[in-house]
Ligand binder design. Sequence first.
Ligand code: CTP
Ligand code: CA
Length: 222
Amino acid sequence: LAQGAESGDLAGLRFVVSAGPTYEDLDPVRYVGNRSSGKMGFAIAAAAARRGAEVALIAGPVHLATPAGVRRTDVRSAAQLRDAVFAALPADVYIGAAAVADYAPRAVADNKIKKSSDTLVLELVPTPDTLAEVAASPSRPRCVVGFAAETQDVEAHARGKLQKKRLDLIAANRVGVQGSGFESDDNALTVYSREAARTLGPAPKTRLADELLDLIAERLRA
Ligand code: CTP
Ligand code: CA
């Protein structure tokens, strides 16, 4: 079992965890979304609470039960996720496990968009990057952890994000392959810091959550 798993080793620490997809509304009945199930983020929140941490879970639209001992806030869009995360700070640790939309429609149509011409062009504008903003904020948690779901060049992209967003750790996984990634119960992660790389799994997301928390606890002690 992971080191701290049943020991209350995270008592006295505040965690903020984001999980799930975001939905960016186009009109009253349609949205732009993604395939994130929220399972990884919920597993992390559950494990941190079980180990004694005070946990705020900011959840996008998912069909998952709230883990025991976790304070949950439901959000829909990237903008709402940002506001809920900042409302939950300060914290010792921020873990951005949500699959946040990078772009959202410039405006939400008041009425259902009608089928009219042969093509439809959607105008999308960038959403706030919550993870980068948290890492750059005056109330920066001591440990800021990102996720990177990649389909290719996993290490280069993950290390690029670690540096650009000024993270302490980034957990990278390859998506779009069998038996891992967004919708699965299992996953494999490589966790990068500036100094090192550690591979976790393949294993159930519940176990990966504890192993990731072990790495975070190690850094907080150092
Ligand atoms: N993230 C965020 N807000 C966004 C986009 C991403 O907080 N608007 C966070 C995610 O929660 C994740 C990390 O940033 O922890 C990396 O997300 P990812 O989509 O892999 O990276 P991006 O920087 O968005 O780059 P790209 O999608 O081009 O790979
Ligand atoms: Ca992205």
